[in-house]
Design a protein around this ligand. Structure first.
Ligand SMILES: [Zn+2]
Length: 392
């Protein structure tokens, strides 16, 4: 299985000639997209444009898409920049080399894929897509999706990092050790989001009330700022979870990250009738969707296995006795059968982790005898991973 990632780079220290060439190529692309076929444009860039932009809006700038085989990135460690990229432009054989400043180091063992050149406020940015083979397979069953190495088994070194994604505690994580017998390292992350949301709701309201000119535009901008702040919190939280998994892996354990997904949540609610655009955006901007997406790609990129299990009933069920005769009030969870009192979100995480262990091990009863652990290995033929590259 291949995983992809985008590295954002700023094009820096452009000489006058190179800036002119880039600007020309970029502006000619815009003219070409608006229907002017006579402009000078590198032929492959022209083909890419035809392939990608079927619908073109007037007054919108589109990035220049650069084909995989034409872009080249080298680590040169010159005085002005560590990295250089070759960009194909019309009128220059072999393109031009420009200095780039990536937001993080570009790993050595990656393949450079199709990338995009943007222009914002007169500056050029290159979004490099990099790809890596991680040797995982994707296994889909009726109840879960696993991204694991082909020979993955649950054993005494397995640490399940179980995550529940909720409202008050956006991310509640717990580590399950020893076939789910021990629970360690409880974390509640992303609590700041609530304060950010409340703050912006208040600002929006007061802007709306004052009937300011351009209020709509203003509120829209506020919304963008809000979602950027929320995304930042989520990035840091998911990063800390993945870093912990990397740490465990380095210590010789076998971590696997698991979170729940209500199947069908992203599918249209009426069969055959897609959700309207507004609702669709709602789903895709939901913090839970973002968290899952971030966790998946960050973990896989770092070579950490990921599992997604069906989370139905995980918040209602008691993790200790499995009863659904429970009371969930505010943040507390209480089981009427065994008397367990627990943090509500944490109960969800433990259930999600146990559910994965339940799939991987034959039954929960066996877990009580960890001396002779029954090991169920998921063996998948290579054909399962063919053509399944996960786009991130
Ligand atoms: Zn119970």
């Amino acid at each position: 299985m291949k995983v992809q990632k985008v590295i954002k780079c700023k094009v820096v220290h452009l000489t006058r000639v190179k800036r002119e060439l880039l600007t020309q190529e970029y502006e000619n692309l815009q003219k070409f997209l608006q229907g002017d076929n006579s402009v000078k444009l590198y032929s492959a860039n022209k083909q890419q444009a035809k392939r990608y932009y079927k619908k073109v809006k007037p007054d919108k700038e589109y990035p220049l898409s650069i084909r995989k085989d034409l872009i080249k990135v080298e680590r040169k460690n010159t005085k002005i920049a560590k990295y250089w990229a070759r960009i194909p432009v019309a009128g220059r054989r072999g393109g031009i080399w420009v200095a780039i400043k990536p937001h993080r180091d570009i790993p050595e063992d990656v393949e450079i894929c199709e990338s995009k050149l943007f222009r914002r406020n007169g500056e050029f940015y290159l979004h490099l897509t990099i790809q890596r083979e991680i040797g995982f397979v994707k296994v889909e069953t009726s109840d879960c999706v696993l991204y694991i190495p082909p020979s993955f088994t649950v054993n005494e070194r397995t640490v399940v990092i179980a995550i529940d994604i909720g409202e008050a505690n956006p991310i509640a994580s717990v580590e399950l050790w020893g076939f789910g017998m021990q629970r360690r390292n409880v974390k509640f992350l992303g609590k700041e989001i609530r304060a950010i949301r409340t703050h912006y709701n208040w600002v929006r309201k007061s802007v709306g009330r004052k009937k300011i000119k351009h209020a709509v535009k203003w509120i829209k901008q506020l919304g963008n700022k809000e979602s950027r702040k929320v995304a930042d919190v989520l990035h840091k939280a998911t990063r800390s979870i993945v870093d912990r998994a990397i740490e465990l892996k380095q210590q010789g354990f076998e971590p696997i990250i698991v979170f729940g997904d209500l199947k069908n949540v992203r599918k249209p609610h009426i069969k055959g009738k897609p959700r309207c655009r507004k609702n669709n955006r709602k789903v895709h901007t939901m913090p839970s969707f973002k968290v899952k997406h971030m966790l998946l790609y960050k973990a896989l990129w770092a070579g950490i296995p990921v599992a997604i299990v069906n989370e139905a009933w995980t918040s209602k069920q008691c993790w200790r006795c499995g009863s659904t005769n429970t009371v969930v009030r505010k943040r507390m969870f209480k089981c009427k059968d065994c008397g367990l009192e627990y943090n509500r979100d944490l109960n969800g995480s433990v259930n999600i982790g146990n559910r994965l262990l339940g799939y991987m091990l034959r039954s929960r009863a066996d877990v009580n005898q960890p001396e002779t652990p029954p090991v169920y290995s998921v063996l998948v033929s290579d054909s399962a991973c063919e053509g399944r590259s996960h786009r991130l």
